[in-house]
Design a protein around this ligand. Structure first.
Ligand SMILES: [Mg+2]
Length: 212
């Protein structure tokens, strides 16, 4: 009796674990399909529609500001990620960032324009580095993100700080400088957690996860 129970247990556990595992090729194809079949656009359309409704209820003052992250929030790295078979190569990705040719994420651009029409101050806050500032600035402008208030990147001293600490620290500084942050938009929870975020908008990202 005991041995049958043990065998049952082993088969159940083995069965469960193999059912939960997905072949890496399959996982990549699922992600690729999500981005290319229109499902990503559908999810984004829903999110932005809902967020615009929330922001339309906010009374905008002359110090009201919204913070946007850059990668996978306003500009897309999908193309380079796919070219690398959803892997990562620091040099190739850096060259891609410096090329300043990343396409805008159209739904975020729509939200940006909506907030701009309401005279909200628009601030980009990114974990990108100082040496990537010029390319980032150029890329944003060329993709139509014009008329923003500030673009903030990490300086040399901030390189080793965890993203969440860096970003919430900057939001605190901005608040103390007189900005009233009414919203924060990002594809990672590390973009959104901490204080002084206003309405939090989580953009989907199935390509990578930044947890610190
Ligand atoms: Mg990002």
């Amino acid at each position: 009796m005991k041995i049958y129970f043990l065998l049952f247990l082993i088969f159940t556990l083995v069965g469960c674990s193999s059912n939960q595992l997905v072949n890496l090729r399959t996982a990549k194809d699922i992600v690729k399909d999500y981005y290319e079949s229109g499902k990503y656009d559908e999810e984004m359309n829903e999110i932005i529609k809902d967020v615009e409704e929330k922001f339309s209820k906010v009374v905008v003052k002359n110090n009201s500001a919204v913070i946007f992250d850059v990668d996978e929030t306003t500009l897309s790295n999908y193309e380079i990620s796919k070219r690398l078979d959803f892997g990562y190569d620091h040099k190739i990705v850096q060259d891609w960032v410096l090329s300043a040719k990343l396409p805008a994420i159209k739904q975020t651009k729509e939200l940006y324009d909506f907030l701009k029409s309401k005279n909200v101050k628009l601030i980009f806050l990114t974990g990108r580095l100082a040496e990537e500032y010029d390319a980032t600035y150029k890329n944003l402008i060329e993709e139509g993100y014009t008329g923003f208030d500030t673009l903030i990147v990490r300086n040399d001293e901030q390189k080793k700080i965890k993203t969440q600490i860096f970003k919430s620290g900057i939001r605190e500084e901005l608040t103390k400088a007189g900005y009233n942050i009414i919203g924060t938009i990002g594809d990672q929870w590390t973009d959104l957690e901490g204080e002084y975020h206003g309405i939090q908008v989580k953009i989907p990202n199935y390509l990578y996860l930044i947890e610190d």
